[in-house]
Design a protein around this ligand. Structure first.
Ligand code: AP5
Ligand code: MG
Length: 213
């Protein structure tokens, strides 16, 4: 299955992708995670990306498309994948269609995870992530048992640099302007499905599984 997860920052794309990996045995390709790794590694690309990411803007298409192309060519993507955070605008979506068509493939589903804007701010300001295993927590909704320590692996929890209120506001604006039009884009292609992203994480996951069949 080749799946695109659409949704605003904080909608729960990463949270649901982690559960989908286990269920379907296909990898998650999160351009945000790939870029954050480049930032943490201090690569030239990471240094360039950090400036843009800290403002909540989109990293240039040429960079992101190159990263995705490289990732899609890897062996573990043969059975399918979950694209999380890519494509992010119409130009990325069109390029993805071309790249896939060159590989004799196409997307099966674009799944939009829908959450009202009011709920997103608390989800993002409260998010904490494990440095070691990337497990996600939320200080308001799903805190770790011991403050700052991952329940699963004991790793240190950190707050993302772009989860500050001013940056979040810009990320939400960028989403509305650049990314939300993709709902229409995939609707016209006949592969759009949507799920309500509010409620318990397990409940949402179970609805996603019913939708994906
Ligand atoms: P990216 O990493 O993709 O961030 P994002 O799109 O802003 O999305 P998030 O990761 O913030 O949200 P999510 O939907 O994954 O939510 P999560 O599951 O974590 O991108 C970051 C930056 O990288 C961009 O701003 C851009 O600069 C750059 N970038 C990335 N891709 C790019 C591209 N293609 N082109 C150009 N630039 C690109 O959940 C959030 C919180 O809510 C967590 O704390 C979680 O525990 C909690 N939560 C989840 N579900 C629930 C629930 N049901 N109830 C209560 N809380 C919940
Ligand atoms: Mg994410």
């Amino acid at each position: 299955m080749r799946l695109v997860l659409l949704g605003a920052p904080g909608a729960g794309k990463g949270t649901q992708a982690k559960k989908l990996i286990e269920k379907f045995g296909i990898p998650q390709i999160s351009t945000g995670d790939i870029l954050r790794k480049a930032v943490a590694d201090g690569t030239p690309l990471g240094k360039e990306a950090k400036i843009v990411m800290d403002k909540g803007e989109l990293v240039p298409d040429s960079i992101v498309i190159g990263l995705v192309k490289e990732r899609l060519a890897q062996d573990d993507c043969r059975k399918g994948y979950i694209l999380d955070g890519f494509p992010r605008n119409t130009s990325q979506a069109e390029t993805l269609d071309k790249v896939l068509s060159d590989m004799n493939a196409s997307l099966d589903v674009a799944l939009s995870v829908d959450v009202d804007k009011d709920d997103l701010m608390k989800r993002l300001t409260g998010r904490r992530t494990c440095r070691k295993c990337q497990q996600m927590y939320n200080v308001y909704f799903s805190p770790a048992k011991n403050d700052g320590i991952c329940d699963k692996c004991g790793g240190e929890l950190f707050q993302r640099d772009d989860d500050k209120e001013a940056t979040i506001k810009n990320r939400l604006d960028v989403y509305e302007k650049a990314t939300a039009p993709l709902i229409d884009y995939y609707g016209k292609k006949g592969i759009l499905k949507s799920v309500k992203g509010v409620g318990s994480i397990d409940e949402i996951f179970s609805n996603i599984c019913s939708i994906l069949g």
